[in-house]
Ligand binder design. Sequence first.
Ligand SMILES: Nc1ncnc2c1ncn2[C@@H]1O[C@H](COP(=O)(O)OP(=O)(O)OP(=O)(O)O)[C@@H](O)[C@H]1O
Length: 280
Amino acid sequence: MNIIEVENLSFKYKGAGRYSLRDITLSVKKGEFIGIIGGSGSGKSTFCLTLNGIIPHSIQGTFEGNVIVAGLNTREHSVAELSTKVGLVFQNPDSQIFNMTVLEEVAFALENLGVERDEMWRRIKWALKLVGLWDKREEFPPNLSGGEKQRLAIASVLVMKPEILVLDEPTSQLDPMGKESVLNLIKLLNKEEKITILVVEHNTEFLLENADRVFVFSDGKIILEGKPENVFEDVETLMKIGVRIPARIRIGYELKKKGLLKRATVSAKELKKALKLPQT
Ligand SMILES: Nc1ncnc2c1ncn2[C@@H]1O[C@H](COP(=O)(O)OP(=O)(O)OP(=O)(O)O)[C@@H](O)[C@H]1O
């Protein structure tokens, strides 16, 4: 079953000279893990904003085509309603945190939703335990580490019980440990909680290992799409648009150019064989 259907989507910000999204058509199956990559200014963030209706409801411009999430056409439903289906997480957790304690922060998201008290508690406990912050529930959010703040921002959208989570560069402002904790959480949410994930992420190694499919944006269009091992095989196109090539693929690509490998995207084992390194 397709949980996201995008049909001929184009968008131009009000006053902008050119379209930021140009004729995008795609679908995502329930439970899929999608990685989104592309050069700077290629439309990745704009695309994310169309998935819970911020575009076209809160940001003005010329909107063409249709975005249908969990059966709802975003044109016909409010951002509040769509937020119970699609949770959106941005790169800077500080911009999403306003309350005095971790617990209040997560509860805040539910306050206007009319969820009954027992259910509210169940959801808060579930979300905070899942992101590993239950023991820090009385903390003042600004005192948390970067990774903890981002996990709190994720918990604040999880309490809405979204079927889809869209994360726009969620690790770009975190230190290595914070990055790892957030990436591990994203994997867990997909594998254990069966949440459909779309993540804009520069860590292409992570996407190569974990994504079911990758969408590559360039100049408002999707120019490549498919399984990571097929998308990353097109090293030259990706380099041209400024995408970081995973280290293993960079080596594979050099060996392929020398005729030592048929594909750049081979396993670490095949790579060692081609380099005549011992298999450990
Ligand atoms: N509010 C806005 N008003 C006008 N143009 C905008 C606005 N936001 C983004 N754009 C333009 O839309 C295009 C796509 O931007 P977008 O932020 O979606 O790209 P991106 O791939 O997410 O880039 P980055 O990786 O640098 O965040 C760019 O040309 C950008 O200048």
